[in-house]
Design a protein around this ligand. Structure first.
Ligand SMILES: [Zn+2]
Length: 122
């Protein structure tokens, strides 16, 4: 199944909805996905227009983090940041995607020093 919102296609895994018995929380799942989608587009726009600061990046990644927790809750998964994946796909994120992908489920994210979203340093 695919939700189309403002021209963007948001796939929803129907098998997983059945497996997790999550149909009654579909509205919350869709709301979280739309919010994440919007945040990712904001990030892309800021990055492409060269106005993405570290401060803005942190605000965006924190907002996505909150929505990823809401999404896990809506699906019926335990709230676990080590399974968050949307923030690894932010436009302009310089963290090693594949290395982090391999660490899903492990509380150990590799952060690039120059990433505008994930780097804490100055
Ligand atoms: Zn990053």
């Amino acid at each position: 199944m695919e939700i189309i919102y403002q021209g963007y296609h948001i796939p929803i895994n129907e098998n997983l909805l059945n497996e997790m018995n999550a149909w009654e929380r579909l509205g919350d799942i869709i709301k979280a996905r739309i919010a994440i989608n919007g945040l990712m587009l904001d990030a892309k726009s800021a990055y492409e227009n060269n106005i993405l600061t570290r401060e803005t990046g942190h605000v965006i990644v924190n907002a996505i983090e909150r929505m990823e927790f809401k999404l896990q809750e809506a699906w019926g998964f335990s709230q676990d940041a080590s399974y968050h994946s949307y923030q690894d796909r932010l436009c302009g994120c310089t963290c090693p995607w594949l290395d982090n992908r391999e660490r899903y489920g492990v509380d150990q994210r590799i952060v690039s020093g120059d990433c505008p979203y994930h780097s804490k340093g100055e």
